[in-house]
Each structure stands twice: as structure tokens, then as C-alpha cells.
Design a protein around this ligand. Sequence first.
Ligand SMILES: O=C(CO)[C@@H](O)[C@H](O)[C@H](O)[C@H](O)COP(=O)(O)O
Ligand SMILES: [Zn+2]
Length: 200
Amino acid sequence: MKELSVLQSNVADARVVLDTILELEPLVEEAARVLADALLRGNKLLACGNGGSAADASHLTTEFVVRFHKERRPYPAISLTANGGDLTACGNDYSFDDVFSRQVRAFGLKGDVLFAYTTSGNSENVLRALNTARQYGVATVAFLGRAGGACAGIADVELIVRHNVTARIQEAHKLLLHTICELVELRLLAAAEAGEQPLT
Ligand SMILES: O=C(CO)[C@@H](O)[C@H](O)[C@H](O)[C@H](O)COP(=O)(O)O
Ligand SMILES: [Zn+2]
């Protein structure tokens, strides 16, 4: 039999992974509810992760500050991966393990929500951010991979993509991210239609 190309093999693996995340639907709805409730109360979203997941954190916050599908008002969301000054000073003066937890302390208020991404589940800076968020009354949603790693069992809502390849886990995280954005946006627009929020 002809060997699969890299693309064919990746697509085949991605199909398998994406099928498994259908099991996460109740948790996806819960994550969307937690975030929509927070934004409608006037709280904000924080997000963190390393490497590709750092980009996911910024991708997510941009969907709220700027736009996703629909025309609507902006909502407050801060990517903890985006400020070079904060990241380098904290990494340099304290530790890279503290680059996100330090910002959770700086920006996180009771009732805010932290979305934290780690495909291994073992990034110490993400683990510390989750623990710090819990300490300060910030709700937590963890996007994990493999079996959840050291971050398993900490967050209020945990979305574990049970696969061993970082790239495939990241792709599944991205689909979960967009699904949550869509669900949250529906709630935000319904609130605007009910006159509870300005539409734009
Ligand atoms: O994007 C990729 C691999 O696809 C890499 O940049 C990857 O995100 C980095 O190695 C991260 O440091 C991995 O961290 P984590 O997902 O285990 O927390
Ligand atoms: Zn990548």
C-alpha cells in the first residue's frame, strides 16, 4: 500500500483528534457560560500560554477586543503573552516561571476569567498562573493536552485534548477557542438585544 504523505497523515490524525473533542461539548458550553457571565458583569478575560499557545492566547483576546463574527461592542480581554516589557522584566528580575502569575496578580480582579493553554500540561508558568488566579478569585479555564499533566485538576473548567502530538493538540485547541467565541458572542448579542448591553 502507498505510504501516506505528511499532509495526508496529518489530516488523518487531525480527524481522529477532532472527533474525540466532541466529548468535551458540555465543558465547552460551561467555559462559554463562565466567560459570557464574566463579560456581562463587567469583568474581563485574561489569557496565557507558551509558543504556539502564546499566539492562541493573543488570538483569543483579539476576538473580544476587536471582533469575531458579528458587529458588536468591544469587550475587555488581555493577552498575558503580548507585553515584551512585562515578560522580559519578570523573566529577568524574578523567573520565567512567574511571567504569567505576576500579570495575573497585576490585572486579575475577582470575577475575571483566565484562559490558560498548555499542550503538555506541564509548563510551570502556566501552572503558577492557574494557581494564582484561584488564589485571587479569578475563574479558570484550562486548555490541556496528553493526560493533562501537572495542570490537571486545578482549573474550574478543564478541556483536555487527549493526544500526544503538540501540533494536533494546538489545532484542536484552536477549534475549541473559536467554538467558545461563537457561543459567547451569541450570549453577548442576546444581552444587547434585550437592552442589557449597548450593541456597539
Ligand atoms: O507551537 C509549537 C509547537 O507546535 C511550540 O512553539 C510550542 O508551543 C512550544 O514548544 C511550547 O513551549 C510548548 O509548551 P506547552 O504547550 O507544553 O505548555
Ligand atoms: Zn506550532
